[in-house]
Design a protein around this ligand. Structure first.
Ligand SMILES: CC(C)(COP(=O)(O)OP(=O)(O)OC[C@H]1O[C@@H](n2cnc3c(N)ncnc32)[C@H](O)[C@@H]1OP(=O)(O)O)[C@@H](O)C(=O)NCCC(=O)NCCS
Length: 168
């Protein structure tokens, strides 16, 4: 398994590299989450948006339990994802790609790095979730081989949450 990788999306000018983050990356990653979630998408309760834009201190505490990977193009952070190992299973969290870098394979490269990490940790499966009102996220996970694993109704701040799983 590799914790690093490169991916060249169709039509993208330069390759994307994916690597585990270090504490030096925290400001750039927090700035990315802000770019992704501000302004808040239509119809998404503000509690979500607050929970998705960590301060550097909050993100540093997330790093204690989660392995994060950043995607970079030309030295700039354009995407991030976390892989949390819990009870022997992997969970992908906090996936976000810069609005200017979408549909170029960035999320694909990040999710693959997370799956490699889960395999490395001998996880038999990886799961993730997304707001049901985000069809793009659902399409991405299905495109990457995840299967729908259920829908939790009004589960978080009144919103339906869709679950996805991939057996490794
Ligand atoms: C969802 C998100 C992570 C996708 O990132 P991305 O880098 O654009 O995804 P990729 O380029 O790797 O997409 C791979 C494939 O997934 C599917 N896909 C990705 N985004 C899609 C969208 N918005 N609509 C439909 N299909 C989509 C497509 O099949 C795509 O292949 P194609 O571009 O050749 O058609 C990105 O749009 C994002 O950050 N959104 C806001 C945050 C979010 O929704 N996070 C998800 C967890 S809640």
């Amino acid at each position: 398994m590799s914790e690093q990788g490169t991916h060249r999306g169709a039509g993208s000018p330069s390759p994307v590299s994916v690597e585990r983050i270090t504490h030096q990356d925290v400001p750039a990653i927090c700035a990315l989450y802000k770019r992704v979630w501000e302004p808040a998408p239509d119809g998404v309760p503000s509690e979500f948006v607050k929970s998705w834009i960590p301060t550097p201190l909050e993100f540093t505490s997330w790093m204690e339990g989660i392995t994060y990977f950043a995607a970079r193009r030309d030295g700039r952070v354009v995407g991030v994802v976390g892989l949390e190992m819990r009870r022997g299973t992997g969970r992908l969290v906090h996936l976000a790609v810069d609005p200017d870098a979408r549909r170029q394979g960035v999320a694909t490269a990040l999710v693959k790095a997370g799956l490699d990490w889960a395999r490395h940790a001998n996880a038999p499966a990886v799961w993730t979730d997304a707001l049901a009102k985000f069809p793009g996220a659902a399409d991405l996970f299905r495109h990457l081989g995840f299967k729908d694993a259920g829908l939790l109704h009004r589960h978080e701040w009144g919103e339906d949450i869709r679950l996805f799983e991939l057996l490794l």
